[in-house]
Design a protein around this ligand. Sequence first.
Ligand code: ZN
Length: 110
Amino acid sequence: MAATRNAAFAAAEIALVAIKQNRKSTWSELVSSGIDTRLSAEQLELVNRNLHVVEQLQVSTGAHVTVTWCPECDKIAFLAQGSPPAKCTLTLRCPGSPVKAGAQRRAGAA
Ligand SMILES: [Zn+2]
C-alpha cells in the first residue's frame, strides 16, 4: 500500500485547480496565456516533473479529462467522464478504491 500520495496525481490536482481558477481548459493553454498561476515553486516543479500526465488534462465541458489514483496499488489512470470505478481495475485483485483528482477540493486553496 502506498503511504504517500502519488506524485503525478498530486501534480494533476494542483494543475486542475490552477486551470479552473483561471478559466482555462488545459495546462498548456494556461501557461501560454502568461497568467500568473500563483503556484509555489514546489508546486510548479511537481507539475513540470509530471507534464506527461498534466498535459492530458482537459477541463472544458464536453472534453473533460481528469485522473484517478488508487491508493492501494499507487497506479493512476485517465478518466474522461463520470465517477471513478468503485473497485480498482488497474491491478488484478487489488482491493483499492480509486479517487478522482479535483473531486474533493474546492478551488481557492492556492
Ligand atoms: Zn489498485
